[in-house]
Write a protein that binds this ligand. Structure first.
Ligand code: ADP
Ligand code: MG
Length: 728
């Protein structure tokens, strides 16, 4: 029920999935939670059902948008203010929409209908620029005379209804309307997210009935007085009054600021508590004592580590040597060389008798990690380490044997996919969990492997600091800023799909690349053909028949193939036997074939910016320069094309992430699985309210050192509870 409320008030309709936190859900849930949890509440104060206060009719209407208790209603805040007198534009009214306009009555006309029995009242209104007509019908003139009296020419009122049209003219029939009384004339009008048959002003009226029955005691303030004073913020009760009955814009903005601080402080306190709890339990330290595996590994490494890899390596080594569990995020652009950093950390742990696990988001990537590790360690050390892989495609017998080796501690380094998270996997000496491409995992998945052990999460999707702080709370962050030297760089060109000359050139280019010893990926958005979209099967068939590529092996890889088939396809591609690989985004993350120099992305407009960037990161990994050809049918001047232009203009993942933010809403940026409730905050924006989040975070870190003030503790507990409920 509370969840409905959130969606009813916001425009977003996306479903919260496995999310760990949601402030507005918390706010909204509070009524329900309190009603359920505190039996003594006894239908007084905030938990009273609206029916008791407002009557059945109004209560039913409000229930339709999820408002059932007094608390639900008072926490349903207006989302903006309209000024009386400053008329809302009729020009923006469109047919079929539910609208509220403020307008002045121009003329009123009551007359019998021509063709039928009954009467019609037509009222012309204006907002000063455009006119709109309102119509009311009735069998007798009596009810219409009532409206006629109330809406005399010159009257200014708010009109709500669904816009229809009659003979080409837009009109509202039987609109709801409200004439502002004189006392309210000078004040701004709060506008609530409304619904059909429940216009904003009806919600306003309901709030007006309910609020006076409440007192300050109903609103224990989660913001400590000192915090409020330091930041010049009104108390909760006062803020609630102001938000619903704004006298002016400034105090309203201050009340909103206060609510932002409240959301930020509750969230940051919850995160700080988690961080404190996570660090409270000592874990086994794994000092770097120049163990033989790590030493042998470093000696065999075919390149020298970059300064960044060294520095981050030192940070991690120091973390591992402590009893406080490491909680570190390693971010670095695609190709920055994160894997080797993680591997060295894992070897440090194994050298001291622990086990280490590396969680990868796809099977392709897990196997690749396995091969990379084998190559870097050499056969003898692979034996010493005890290298195992656990994925969903193992046969039952293999899986059993693998699980046994993991459970006995024989397996030191375990690479795996989601299969690692299943309940029958026991890793008794687990000392370090590494989560690669963490944005592919939900927070709870991460927790399942990595609670109570040193944890390193890695990402190539740079996230703005505020989001990192809001989602990851107390993680320490390390960043690899440079790519390893000797990369020749990648050029990106946009290719118009409709131009046959260009397209021919694309395939010739693939031939040249292969002839020069390179490899080419051809990525399509789909596996099977569908009207108007490039598919793997169709593209592969076409390329096999294309004279430009005669004699060149064309392979395919996609998620519906079995693991063996996929492994074989990757193998043939890597060795060069089949140097052109037509693929879906299964190769999107992590895949590392150094000879790959050409990336052709079909229907590039169908991919997100960070996805494109990840795809492009598959090439230019060796010393030969990379070329990325983004094929698209979208014309210039569209948003989709603007995204592709941004993609072509830079290879800097951080710059692209920022551009991505500009082009998308913040909820999308994280994706449902890890956004938590952050994208559903009612007041706080994790992108724009950086300064507020910083203030709240600093305060929260101090607050959790002592018992929390009760009102704040309540909110944090409710948030954890909402989180728990979300996870189901
Ligand atoms: P990512 O950070 O995207 O996971 P990888 O760990 O896959 O990047 O590394 C990309 C490529 O760079 C790999 O082929 C890896 O062997 C290589 N590499 C990593 N570190 C270095 C280095 N210091 N010098 C040269 N090549 C390196
Ligand atoms: Mg990687």
């Amino acid at each position: 029920m509370a969840t409905e409320l959130v969606y009813a008030r916001g425009r977003r309709s996306s479903k919260l999935s496995s999310q760990w936190y949601s402030a507005p859900v918390r706010l909204a849930r509070k009524g329900a939670a309190v009603a359920g949890a505190v039996a003594s509440d006894d239908w007084t104060g905030m938990s009273r059902p609206l029916e008791r206060v407002l009557g059945k009719r109004s209560a039913n209407a409000l229930a339709k948008i999820g408002l059932k208790t007094v608390r639900d209603l008072v926490y349903h805040f207006p989302f903006r203010l309209a000024k009386r007198g400053e008329l809302m534009p009729i020009s923006q009214v469109t047919e079929g929409e539910s609208v509220t306009v403020i307008a002045r009555v121009l003329s009123v006309n009551l007359r019998p209908m021509n063709s039928r029995r009954g009467f019609i009242l037509t009222i012309e209104v204006t907002d000063g620029e455009n006119d709109l007509s309102l119509t009311f019908f009735a069998k007798s003139p009596r009810p219409l005379q009532y409206h006629e009296r109330r809406l005399a020419p010159g009257t200014v009122a708010t009109f709500s209804g669904t816009v229809g049209s009659y003979r080409g003219q837009l009109q509202l029939s039987h609109p709801e309307y409200d004439e502002p009384d004189s006392e309210k004339m000078g004040r701004p009008i709060p506008i609530y997210h409304a619904a059909e048959k429940l216009p904003s002003w009806k919600i306003e009226k309901a709030v007006e009935t309910v609020l006076p029955t409440l007192s300050e005691a109903d609103f224990p303030d989660p913001l400590p007085a000192a915090y409020r004073e330091a930041n010049g913020l009104p108390g909760l009760f006062e803020a609630i009054q102001i938000l619903h009955h704004p006298q002016d814009v400034d105090p309203w903005e201050r009340a909103r600021l206060r609510m932002k601080h409240q959301e930020a402080l509750v969230l940051q306190t919850a995160l700080a508590e988690r961080g404190r709890r996570a660090r409270e339990h000592a874990v086994k330290p794994y000092a770097d004592q120049g163990g033989k595996l790590l030493e042998a590994f470093d000696a065999q490494l075919p390149y020298t580590l970059t300064d960044g890899q060294r520095a981050v390596g030192r940070e991690i080594a120091a973390d591992l040597a402590r009893q406080i569990p490491m909680q570190r995020l390693l971010q670095g652009d695609v190709g920055a060389g994160k894997t080797v950093v993680a591997l060295r950390a894992m070897l440090q742990v194994i050298d001291s008798g622990g086990q280490a696990a590396l969680l990868a988001p796809t099977e392709v990537l897990a196997w690749q990690h396995l091969r990379t590790i084998e190559a870097l360690l050499g056969p003898q050390h692979v034996m010493d380490v005890g290298l195992e892989i656990l994925t969903g495609s193992l046969t039952a017998a293999t899986r059993r044997r693998t699980l046994a080796r993991i459970a006995s501690g024989q397996a030191g380094l375990i690479v795996g996919t989601h299969a690692l998270l299943s309940e029958d996997v026991q890793i008794p000496f687990l000392g370090l969990a590494v989560i690669d491409e963490q944005h592919r995992f939900g927070v709870d998945q991460r927790d399942r492997l990595a609670s109570g052990v040193h944890t390193l999460v890695m990402t190539a999707t740079p996230i703005p600091r505020t989001i990192a702080m809001s989602v990851f709370g107390d993680l320490d962050v390390s960043t690899l800023r440079e790519l390893p030297a000797g990369r020749a760089g990648i050029t990106t060109t946009i290719v118009p799909a409709a131009n046959p000359v260009w397209m021919n050139r694309v395939w010739q280019r693939a031939r040249e690349e292969v002839d020069g010893g390179g490899r080419a990926y051809v990525v399509c958005p789909r596996i099977d053909p569908e009207e108007g979209q490039a598919s793997v099967t169709e593209t592969a068939t076409n390329l096999r028949a294309d004279s430009a590529l005669a004699g060149i092996g064309i392979g395919v890889i996609h998620g519906q193939m079995g693991q063996d088939e996929k492994a074989q396809a990757m193998e043939e591609f890597a060795t060069g036997r089949v140097p052109v690989l037509v693929s879906t985004t299964v190769i999107e993350v992590g895949v590392d074939v150094r000879q790959a120099t050409l990336m052709i992305i079909m229907d590039a407009d169908r991919f997100g910016l960070s996805q494109l960037h990840q795809l492009r990161g598959r090439i230019g990994r060796g010393s030969a320069p990379g070329l990325c050809l983004a094929v698209t049918g979208v014309p210039d001047g569209t948003l989709a094309r603007a995204r592709l232009d941004a993609f072509a203009s830079t290879t800097d993942g951080f710059a692209l992430a920022e551009e991505d933010l500009r082009l998308r809403s913040e909820g999308d940026v994280l994706g449902a699985s890890q956004s938590g409730g952050v994208s559903h905050l009612q007041f706080l924006s994790v992108l724009k309210d950086m300064d507020i989040i910083e203030v709240a975070r600093t305060a929260a870190r101090h607050l959790v050192l002592e018992p929390l003030p009760p009102a704040l503790a309540d909110e944090v507990a409710l948030l954890e509870r909402a989180d728990y409920l979300e996870k189901g």
